[in-house]
Design a protein around this ligand. Structure first.
Ligand code: DHB
Ligand code: FE
Length: 293
């Protein structure tokens, strides 16, 4: 049986990818940010998954306004990095896992979530920047990746509750796969940021840290928060955070007795790493690693 071993949550700011690709990670502006991912890169080496199920949003790269799937699962054998205006990022191509992806599509659709099946797609910074942050600059990514794109760009976007429930369905799907695979689920995007209009540049540290606390310790409560609260408090692009609820929904419910505690009983999640940094480009960067015990 396949199982979900851990979840990773991280922002996906494009300028972070450029800083890595251009060798600027030790410059004073970037150094404190990348320091927060040192633990994570080692943790990835020590806890190498067999597959990463990577929840992200496409930024009008693979999907234009011509066609807007709410939830899209990548079932292809490979996914090339997209050209977002400056040429494709110089990162490895993403190797998919068509068999597990097809199994998850089958199971999750039978659990009443309508997924779009994507057999050909290029992946943008939403997917490649988290891989770079967690894996550095390898010749090949450490394992196959199943891209799972969520529409958080064009309204109507899915609610936090629907995302949380979808995470539970994905967990069921993974656990009904007959090969012994260690699967990590990643939720990406956020935290507070607004890229447009009079409030461009908005950052809300209080909201972000309360979100992290609650995602760990009371994910069901966080799932019931409506979009308008994200948009008002965390900016128009802050709504990307609903994607973190998909990953959290696939994990055990109960955290330890406090936000940063190390839970020790089965059926709970353990916080392995937590990091928060402002600024990175226009965005507050948040990062968590949770393990199922
Ligand atoms: C920025 C952040 C994003 O999440 C994104 O998709 C594009 C740009 C930024 O902070 O510049
Ligand atoms: Fe984004």
């Amino acid at each position: 049986m396949a199982k979900i071993t851990a979840s990773v949550y991280t922002s996906h700011v494009p300028a972070i990818g450029a800083a890595i690709d251009l060798g600027k990670t030790q410059e004073p502006y970037w150094q404190p940010l990348f320091k927060g991912y040192e633990f994570s890169k080692q943790w990835m080496k020590d806890n190498k998954p067999d597959v990463i199920f990577l929840v992200y949003n496409d930024h009008a790269t693979a999907f234009s306004l011509d066609m807007i799937p709410t939830f899209a699962i990548g079932t292809a054998a490979q996914f090339l990095p997209a050209d977002e205006g400056f040429g494709p990022r110089p990162v490895p191509k993403v190797i998919g896992h068509p068999d597990l992806a097809s199994h998850i599509a089958h199971s999750v659709i039978q659990q009443d979530f309508d997924l779009t099946i994507v057999n050909k797609m290029e992946v943008d910074h939403g997917l490649t920047v988290p891989l770079s942050l967690m894996c550095g600059q390898p010749d090949a990514w450490p394992c196959p990746v199943i891209p799972f794109a969520v529409n958080v760009v064009q309204y109507p976007v899915p609610s936090g509750q629907r995302c949380f429930n979808l995470g539970k369905a994905i967990r069921k799907a993974v656990e009904s796969y007959d090969q012994d695979l260690k699967v990590q689920i990643w939720g990406t995007g956020g935290m507070s940021h607004q890229l447009q209009g009079p409030r461009a540049g908005l950052i809300n540290k209080e909201f972000d840290n309360a979100f992290l606390d609650r995602l760990i310790a009371d994910p069901q409560g966080q799932a019931s928060v409506p979009h308008i609260d994200y948009v008002r408090e965390a900016g128009s692009e802050g709504v990307e955070l609903v994607m973190w609820l998909i990953a959290r929904g696939a994990m055990d419910d109960v955290a330890g007795n406090a936000a940063n505690s190390i839970a020790t009983h089965a059926g709970s999640v353990r916080v392995r790493h937590r990091f928060y940094h402002v600024p990175a480009s226009n965005t507050a960067v948040g990062h968590l690693i949770l393990e199922n015990i």
